[in-house]
Design a protein around this ligand. Structure first.
Ligand code: FRU
Length: 478
């Protein structure tokens, strides 16, 4: 490592990682940071047989700090191996953090990574870091193995973004279509509305703006982490065009009972590169801990989404893992499909290979010691469904609502301050719940709704009551 700043960061990172001990809430099959803090998934890609996931990583502080890209690999998207740090903030154009970005794998096997080099200039002018004082540099690097990267090339900077945008422009997500390359970036306009910028390129280095997409009515002040992809709807015989964004600043109505920031998608009508309209926004996940997801396509053509199972700037609940020097993890990777105009997400099918010790029952089941489990409740016909996890996390379907609620809302309780999340649901047929040592992910009706949460039990159990339904629960042995 020729850059002395990167070399010293590397040495220090290894020192802190050597002290890591995740304690009793260590996750067994969710990607976690070795030490310190993790946020967004970045650079998701498959190179040959190996899946690569990078993550926003601050090893020196479990409450967050300067961001670099941690790197993990997997053969099946269930078991992840930490590989080290791939990108350090070591250049004038990214010294404030190697922020989020994405990867594109060319046919020759070269991985092209684009990320935001964040810079906050020293405050000599009274900067507010919204209108002034912040650089959002778009950087391009390449790799053959996913771990060693070329020198960093600056391909876009503030001067390349529209004049009516603030300094908040970031999170490039790239894809190829025919002979051209495209990139979306999230932005905050000077009138405090969020938008997506769409760029085009012939060579991955020279990019020009071709479109700006926003909703008819203002929808939050900033859209982070945009993603654009298409999924075939085989039932309807068409293609769903999905624009995923993480809006900040949604207020009023139902937004006030939800998380501080949201992640969801608009089905897009028209052409992402020119005239298009956005259908109503739908949440990816209505639980307490979900933000900044990114998708990628596997070699076999599956569209996989991974979210950050965490929430930035959250005042009311916390994560008890901070006491053990680490915080946050990714969701289980989820397959995205479309059926009859509905977008569905379910855990990657590879998870089922880790199911052992199945227990089955009709109507009611209680199982103890369920630290890592996978549960399905199918054929729910009556109006009654209730699942209680670790005696404090209750899932119900009542009065047209599917709800996730912690019965004890103390700071050090199982939910560490989390209270209740719910969504309207007229009809309940199936529920799938995936539990790891400190997370629960719930998928309702084949993944029409999802709810993710971190939780911190002292003893594990699952108790289900669902008259006339089939209940199946397995241990996950990862
Ligand atoms: C989303 C986000 C991104 C940014 C990154 C910095 O959580 O704010 O917009 O690139 O985190 O860590």
């Amino acid at each position: 490592m020729s850059n002395p700043l990167a070399a010293d960061l590397d040495t220090l990172r290894k020192i802190v990682e050597s002290t890591a001990n995740h304690g009793r809430f260590a996750q067994e099959f969710h990607l976690t940071p070795p030490v310190g803090w993790l946020n967004d998934p970045n650079g998701l890609a498959q190179l040959d047989d190996t899946f690569h996931a990078y993550f926003q990583y601050s090893p020196f502080n479990a409450a967050g700090g300067v961001k670099m890209w941690g790197h993990s690999t997997s053969q099946d998207m269930v078991i992840w191996n930490y590989e080290g740090t791939a990108l350090y903030p070591d250049q004038p154009f990214d010294v404030g953090g190697v922020y989020s970005g994405s990867a594109l794998v060319e046919d020759d096997g070269t991985m092209h990574v684009f990320y935001t080099g964040n810079v906050k200039r020293e405050d000599t002018e009274g900067y507010d870091y919204v209108m002034s004082g912040r650089e959002a540099n778009t950087i391009h690097v390449t790799s053959k193995d996913g771990q060693n990267f070329s020198h960093k090339r600056l391909v876009l900077d503030n001067a390349d973004y529209p004049e009516d945008d603030t300094n908040h422009v970031r999170d490039p997500k790239v894809w190829r279509s025919g002979k051209k390359y495209y990139m979306v970036q999230g932005a905050r306009r000077k009138d405090d509305t969020g938008e997506v910028l769409v760029f085009e390129s012939d060579d991955l280095d020279k990019w020009h703006l071709v479109n700006r997409i926003t909703s008819d009515e203002p929808f939050g002040y900033m859209w982070e982490c945009p993603d654009y992809f298409e999924v075939a709807d085989d039932a309807r015989g068409d293609i769903a065009q999905i624009l995923s964004v993480s809006p900040q600043g949604l207020r009023g109505g139902d937004w006030d009972r939800r998380n501080v920031y949201q992640s969801g998608y608009f089905v897009l009508q028209g052409d992402v590169l020119s005239e298009c309209k956005l259908n109503p926004f739908a949440l990816w996940d209505a639980g307490f801990d979900f933000y900044a997801p990114q998708t990628f396509e596997t070699v076999g053509g599956r569209r996989i989404l991974i979210g950050w199972m965490g929430m930035p700037d959250e005042k009311y609940y916390s994560n008890l893992t901070v006491e053990d020097g680490w915080q946050h993890c990714f969701t289980i990777p989820r397959e995205i499909t479309a059926r009859n105009g509905r977008i569905l997400q379910m855990p990657v099918r590879e998870l089922e290979r880790y199911r052992h010790n199945g227990r089955f029952s009709d109507a009611a089941l209680r199982v103890e010691d369920t630290k890592c489990f996978d549960m399905e409740v199918v054929g729910i016909q009556s109006r009654e469904f209730k699942a209680t996890i670790a005696d404090e996390l209750v899932l119900t379907w009542e009065s047209g609502r599917f709800a996730m609620r912690f019965t004890n809302q103390g700071e050090k309780s199982v939910g560490a301050g989390r209270m209740q999340r719910f969504e309207r649901l007229d009809y309940l047929n199936k529920v799938r719940v995936v539990g790891d040592a400190s997370s629960i992910e719930v998928f309702v009706n084949d993944g029409v709704l999802a709810f993710s949460t971190r939780y911190y039990p002292t003893t594990y159990s699952v108790d289900v009551k669902a008259p006339s339904a089939e209940i199946r629960i397995w241990d996950i042995q990862a």
